[in-house]
Design a protein around this ligand. Structure first.
Ligand code: CUK
Ligand code: CUA
Length: 659
């Protein structure tokens, strides 16, 4: 860990005392530690955990967690091992600190309109860092909105959302976002089947007219945007699709997508029919979908698609005829599917099966080549014989959900019902790394409580780091003070640097602003974010200079008929101009540039009544546009405490009534 010291806070010109940053204080000794530990009832294990996690002021974390924010609709960025929240990234939900939806980002939120309607929230589940050769490259982050089937693109140069795409075929997604090993595609598998395009139909026509889908969003790295014109989807049977993962190395070119409700149950508890929870878990197996995306891409490029809602879709018929998709049984209510670091094994967890089932990619290829099928599903997709493609089943415990990998041949699986994280050994060429026999449960660390996903540092890449595992727990029950009946979730940091049964919980972090699902953990030194925008007058939406950006000494208010354009700069501690007068009904285009170059010299711009608040980071230009439909006197001010004279950083917007 590096230690960064900042000697001065430029804002006030205050020289921070270096002594305050130092952890050695004269006259202290280890006996003081013992005394405090005794007073607070801390054990030796607690002290050791504290020593492994305590991060003195100024010390920078070694890893960052990019966590989904669940139905907060956002992304959280958290340091490891300190478990300190560094920031939220506003994605699908307006967030006033960042100005998101209150003057900036509005056009991006508008890209996410659902059939023309605003949906100003999201349910983010699966963040996916961009990859190069199967390893995180620290450039982009993608995340899905399960509630409305949308995918967002976040630029890791400024940690801001740049694009939202709405899936035209479905209203729910869960098998996304996942990227292919060179971020060629961002994958978005649907979840609850509907007629494609979510048009009206009844449950009587479920098997005939309802469908699932998986969408391949083409990512254009140069533009930093998903290119809808080069994206396509594949029609799937009306099972409910769950999580997906992309193959890598030996399995590069394939994706694996699991499903539940292969029963195609239609529920109906109100008519005394079996509810979904019973109907959709009747069968002992559902289907793992094994899809050749490289071949699918060729089929799409050859034009063998049908347009649905204006979007190219490879039909089930074509997918089968072209040999793009195979199924194989997966035990009881499958949830997670995770590809091992070398791409050779695919681990599936069935929520109602105490085992993880490990498929062997080479065996899958052999079974496809030899047509080792055990039948076809009702839609004609060949089913690969289970015994022909399975490598191992490992009994790990109750309610297995998601698996991550270490660098040393260990795999880790979350156990929702056991409230534990299981460590078990892989076999094959990984087996040599562990002292225990292949394919065996090594230990289980209890967590608090009901874990969903887990994240190991870089644990879903071709090169896992290990060291830390974070258990993303759904319930916290008795871990924290109860802030009313809505309790926080609990992220628990676990030390996995040891072998065998040595896997202690180190630290708890309550999450009181959403219910995270998946999160990825990246080495901090892979990220190279800007500390200030590259030039004064930068438009973060376009990620380039704004030619219209107000510049110092060119501040002005221009009237053109009933349109008023404001060119304003912000610098400690004033806006210029400070008086802006318009007439009621005027169309106002207001551009503001923060002309600061100092790190952290952010200014806000809060305009009462007009529902506007901006966050203008050093160099940033923002443009707001509105109709001055309310006459009156409106004091605007800088909403970021930027300097000693920050309260004086204000002005008056005066709207003269029409007579
Ligand atoms: S899901 Cu929530 S615990 Cu959406 Cu990846 Cu498994
Ligand atoms: Cu600028 Cu407060």
């Amino acid at each position: 860990m590096k230690r960064r010291r900042r000697g001065t806070w430029i804002g006030l010109g205050v020289v921070a005392s270096l002594a305050a940053l130092s952890t050695t204080v004269a006259g202290q000794s280890l006996s003081d530690v013992q005394k405090v530990a005794k007073e607070r009832g801390l054990s030796t294990a607690d002290l050791l955990a504290a020593a492994k996690t305590y991060t003195p002021s100024g010390m920078i974390d070694e890893y960052l967690i990019f966590s989904s924010g669940g139905h907060s609709g956002q992304v959280f960025v958290i340091g490891v091992p300190s478990m300190r929240l560094l920031r939220t990234i506003a994605v699908f939900t307006p967030e006033s600190w960042q100005g998101w939806g209150y003057g900036t980002g509005n056009e991006i939120l508008e890209q996410g309109l659902v059939n023309g309607k605003a949906n100003l929230w999201g349910d983010t589940h699966h963040p996916a860092l961009s990859e190069t050769n199967g390893d995180y490259d620290g450039q982009w982050l993608f995340i899905n909105d399960k509630a409305n089937a949308r995918v967002a693109v976040i630029d890791l140069r400024d940690f801001e959302t740049k694009q939202i795409v709405k899936n035209p075929l479905t209203l729910s997604d869960h098998g996304g976002a996942f990227v292919t090993p060179n971020t060629e595609y961002v994958i978005e598998g649907g979840q609850y089947a509907t007629p494609l395009g979510s048009t009206f139909d009844t449950m009587d026509n479920y098997q005939e007219n309802f469908r699932g889908s998986v969408t391949f969003w083409k990512f254009d790295r140069k533009k930093g945007r998903i290119d809808k014109e080069r994206s396509f989807a594949m029609e799937l049977p009306p099972y409910w699709h769950d999580i997906a993962d992309a193959g890598k190395l030996v399995s590069d070119g394939w994706i694996f997508l699991n499903s539940l409700n292969s029963e195609m149950a239609t529920g109906g508890i109100q008519d005394k029919k079996p509810p979904f929870e019973a109907g959709a878990s009747r069968n002992t197996t559902d289907y793992l979908h094994i899809i050749d995306w490289r071949k699918a891409e060729q089929v799409y490029k050859a034009g063998k698609v049908e347009m649905v809602e204006g979007f190219p879709v490879i039909t089930l018929e074509t997918a089968i005829a072209e040999g793009l998709m195979y199924l194989t049984p997966e035990p009881r209510s499958p949830h997670g599917v995770d590809v091992a670091p070398k791409g050779d094994f695919i681990v599936v967890s069935g929520k109602l099966d105490p085992h993880v089932t490990v498929y062997n990619f080479n065996k899958i290829q052999k079974a496809i080549a030899n047509k080792t099928f055990s039948g076809k599903d009702p839609y004609g997709i060949p089913i690969l014989d289970f015994d022909a493609v399975v490598e191992a089943q490992v009994e790990v415990g109750l309610g297995p959900l998601h698996t991550q990998f270490g660098p040393d041949g260990y795999a880790y699986t979350s156990l929702f019902l056991d409230s534990a994280v299981a460590r078990w050994t892989l076999g094959g060429s990984y087996g040599a790394g562990t002292p225990e026999p292949d394919w065996t449960l090594v230990t289980k660390t209890p967590v608090h409580y009901n874990v969903g996903h887990i994240g190991v540092a870089e644990g879903d890449t071709v090169a896992p780091d290990g060291k830390y595992l974070v258990s993303f727990n759904k319930w916290s029950v008795d871990r924290f003070f109860h802030p009313g009946p809505l309790l926080p979730q609990n992220f628990q940091l676990i030390d996995i640097s040891g072998k065998g049964t040595n896997m202690p919980v180190l630290y708890d972090m309550p999450i009181g602003m959403g219910e995270p699902h998946y999160a990825q953990i990246i080495k901090a030194d892979k990220l190279h974010p800007w500390s200030v925008y590259p030039e004064i007058g930068w438009d973060p939406v376009a990620q380039q200079m704004d030619p219209m950006a107000p510049k110092p000494r060119m501040e002005r208010v221009e009237r053109n008929g009933s349109t008023v354009e404001v060119y304003m700069t912000a610098v400690r501690s004033h806006f210029n101009p400070e008086h802006v007068t318009v007439k009621e009904g005027d169309h106002v285009i207001w551009r503001i540039t923060n002309i600061e170059r100092a790190v952290d010299a952010t200014h806000g711009f809060a305009l009462p009544q007009y529902n506007i608040n901006l966050s203008l980071e050093p160099g940033e230009t923002a443009t707001i546009e509105f109709v001055a439909d309310r006459a009156g006197t409106f004091p605007f001010y800088c909403s970021e405490f930027c300097s000693a004279l920050h309260l004086e950083m204000m002005g008056y917007f005066m709207v003269e009534p029409r007579d």
